[in-house]
Write a protein that binds this ligand. Structure first.
Ligand SMILES: *Cc1c(COP(=O)(O)O)cnc(C)c1O
Length: 451
């Protein structure tokens, strides 16, 4: 680089030079022009310019690559958090990916009743599977759980009070705060009890002519310990029924099968929540369920039917690709051992510390062979996305020696990008949420990111 501020070539002149002109064979002209312009601007700003045509072309090629790169890119999740909301939550099962591909490539019976040859409803596609898997009388799928909650609240309690324990007035992450969502739903929040203790009597005292619903919200991302009390749905059911009030239970993550077999206990399945007396349960499709982004609503016939007919349902409806993925994911749950094997979220959660240590050991060997100093270390992963907040998942990581922040930045710039975790001043690549199919790419990105 030389200081050539006064002698920077013009955009037009650069576009005429052979190595730059050659770029027009493979990239759209407008993009090449943008890359040239950005490269010249960068040279002007930094007061240094590429020395010759080749160097200009190289700088422009790099700019072009940056400009052509999609905004939404693949990331290898080496954070140890299985359901990472910032990283897109659940990776999909092969069956779900195949279903998306089949439906995406052509037309489908999204809203056509093939048997009758008449107009159909998109809402039928996952409803019977959900009824089968939860025991609910009826079910409805919308865009995400927040949408399902708004729709359910507006359906049962528009303009009326929704009673909610102060201990369940939670913020889930991003900007999802239950009371703010509720304000938009048209229901009026009426807080009952105290942060640590809420009793049945607190609800009983608060019920009046304006009460529309008893709301229960799962404490997704925190746990309350110590001097605590809670009125469960089972406790509330007789009270609700005596006053003719519905119970709406936001389960958040939403389990279709118990995960006790893989050591995760304490959260109810959708079936258990409904059996306990909830009128409607809502849950996410892309948390523990391991499917696409979706909001699942299941419960009593009249309540779900009213939600389905609600004008808001149209605004919150699910798209066909997500419906295809959700139906295929739900179908796997008909055979729970198969679900545990084939739904990546569940398989990642089920991985044993021994298997993770073995994979971390293998990655350490590969990286050392490439001259990268690193060690295999024990680490603790978590479920993430507001599910089993207390659960610690013992596993293993590869700790890279050297400047952790430098590693972190270079790995994030990789292709695919790798997002790890800085722990005790070291860059850790936790194997808990790394899929088998990603191990080769992970090693390659680390080698390419060597400082
Ligand atoms: C995550 C969560 C939601 C929001 O779910 P989305 O599918 O992200 O909209 C709502 N309620 C609870 C309790 C949650 O944990």
């Amino acid at each position: 680089m030389t200081d050539t501020r006064r002698a920077l070539p013009s955009i037009g002149a650069l576009l005429e030079r052979a190595p730059v002109r050659a770029l027009l064979d493979t990239a759209p002209r407008a993009l090449v022009v943008d890359a040239v312009r950005a490269t010249v601007a960068q040279a002007r700003e930094s007061a240094t310019a590429p020395a010759d045509d080749e160097a200009w072309a190289a700088a422009i090629v790099q700019r072009l690559a940056e400009l052509s790169r999609p905004s939404l890119r693949r990331v290898i999740n080496a954070t140890g958090i299985v359901l990472h909301t910032n990283l897109g939550r659940a990776p999909l099962a092969d069956a779900a990916i195949d279903a998306i591909a089949a439906i995406a490539a052509g037309y489908s019976n999204l809203e056509l009743d093939l048997a009758q040859g008449a107009r159909g409803s998109r809402y039928v596609h996952c409803a019977s599977l959900l009824r089968e898997l939860t025991g609910a009388e009826d079910a409805l799928v919308v865009n995400n759980c927040a949408a399902a909650l708004v729709l359910a609240l507006n359906t049962v309690a528009d303009g009326r009070d929704a009673l909610l324990s102060r201990g369940e007035l939670v913020e889930i992450g991003g900007s999802f705060r239950v009371h703010e969502i509720m304000a938009k739903s048209g229901a009026r929040l009426r807080e009952v009890g105290a942060t640590n203790r809420t009793h049945l009597a607190d609800y009983e005292r608060a019920i009046g002519p304006d009460t529309g619903v008893l709301l229960k919200v799962h404490r997704s991302n925190f746990a309350v310990h110590g001097f605590t009390a809670e009125a469960t749905v089972r406790d509330l059911a007789p009270l609700a029924s005596a006053h003719g009030l519905p119970i709406l239970h936001d389960l958040g993550s939403g389990l279709l099968v118990s995960l006790e077999a893989i050591g995760l206990r304490g959260e109810p399945t959708a079936r258990e929540a409904l059996d306990a007396g909830a009128t409607i349960v809502v849950m996410s499709g892309d948390k523990l369920l391991g499917g696409p982004q979706a909001g699942l609503m299941a419960g009593r016939r009249e309540a779900v039917e009213a939600a389905r007919r609600h004008p808001l349902a149209r605004a919150l409806r699910m798209d066909k690709l997500s419906l295809a993925a959700l139906e295929a994911t739900l179908a796997l749950y008909r055979d729970p051992p198969r679900a545990l094997r084939e739904i990546p979220t569940l398989a990642l959660l089920a991985a044993t510390p021994e298997s993770l240590r073995r994979r971390a050991g293998e990655l350490t060997v590969t990286l050392r062979r490439a001259g990268i100093a690193c060690d295999t270390v024990d680490s603790t992963g978590s479920v993430g996305a507001g599910a089993f907040p207390d659960a610690e998942l013992p596993g293993a990581a590869v700790a890279l020696h050297g400047d952790a922040e430098g590693w972190s930045a270079r790995l994030r710039a990789g292709s695919p990008a790798v997002v790890g975790r800085v722990h005790d001043g070291r860059m850790h690549l936790d194997l808990r949420a790394v899929l088998d199919s990603e191990l080769t790419d992970l090693a390659q990105t680390v080698v390419a990111a060597r400082g």
